[in-house]
Design a protein around this ligand. Structure first.
Ligand code: SF4
Length: 251
């Protein structure tokens, strides 16, 4: 049994994570989000610059000043940067851009150049440009909200729950909770929502991009190809995760 203790300004809440998972299993994204925001003051949405914008759309209706961050790897498509800016203005929210450690990045680029991932895999670059900045941010929140969905990966996202202790980023001193409100929605449901509520979306989606990541590591997919086929396509193996959700990978 895992107990999570949250110490806010005026409140102290204890809950049982397994019990919470039972309560939230198969629930609508709005209900999961509402519960997450009820339980945590210091909670943030991770926004990838893709269709996970629906989380922001739902969350601002519950809490106007919701914390939102994006990983600015320095390698995103120009369209994604424009989209992040569009979302910031549309919802009138702050979007914190998390950038890589300058010295570590300089050292990688000096040693291996700008495209080393094509030669020795994406893990090192993702580690520097995504995982480390995320780790820095998550050390200062009690919980985070992701746009993970089961239908994004048949290999790595089938067994994740609606709420979990984040085993990848928790430490002995700092237990971190992760909510996955869109978990059981299909891509079609997300797009129905975007259309119905006139939610802004990344223009890359109009050009065959489904899963959107960094520009050198993402490409459009063909009809009937799975969306993850457009990510790190030069690498063999199906377990395409960049380390943000390392707990999804079975050892
Ligand atoms: S997706 Fe590609 S460019 Fe972006 S951090 Fe990972 S390896 Fe680097």
């Amino acid at each position: 049994m895992t107990q999570v203790l949250q110490q806010g300004k005026h409140i102290m809440t204890t809950f049982n994570i397994e019990q919470l998972q039972i309560e939230l299993a198969q629930k609508n994204p709005r209900i999961i989000l509402k519960k997450a925001l009820e339980l945590f003051d210091n909670i943030a949405i991770s926004f990838s610059g893709a269709e996970d914008v629906v989380l922001i759309d739902m969350a601002v209706a519950i809490r106007k000043d919701i914390q939102v961050f994006s990983l600015d790897t320095g390698r995103l498509h120009p369209e994604t940067y424009r989209f992040i800016e569009k979302v910031r203005k549309h919802y009138q929210i702050d979007i914190e851009l998390l950038t890589p450690d300058r010295e570590v990045l300089d050292s990688l680029v000096k040693k291996k150049g700008l495209f080393s991932f094509y030669e020795d895999g994406h893990q090192e670059c993702c580690g520097i440009r995504k995982v480390e900045p995320l780790k820095r941010k998550l050390a200062h929140v009690d919980a985070w909200i992701t746009g993970q969905r089961k239908d994004q990966s048949l290999d790595t996202r089938q067994d994740i729950p609606e709420v979990q202790i984040d085993t990848a980023f928790s430490t002995e001193e700092h237990r971190l909770v992760k909510f996955n409100p869109l978990l059981n929605w299909s891509s079609a449901q997300v797009w129905d929502y975007i259309e119905a509520y006139q939610v802004p979306y990344n223009e890359l989606h109009e050009r065959g991009f489904i899963s959107i990541g960094c520009e050198p590591c993402t490409r459009a997919v063909l009809p009937n190809q799975h969306e993850r086929a457009g990510r790190w396509w030069w690498e063999s193996g199906a377990k395409k995760e960049c380390g943000l959700h390392a707990g999804n990978l079975k050892k």
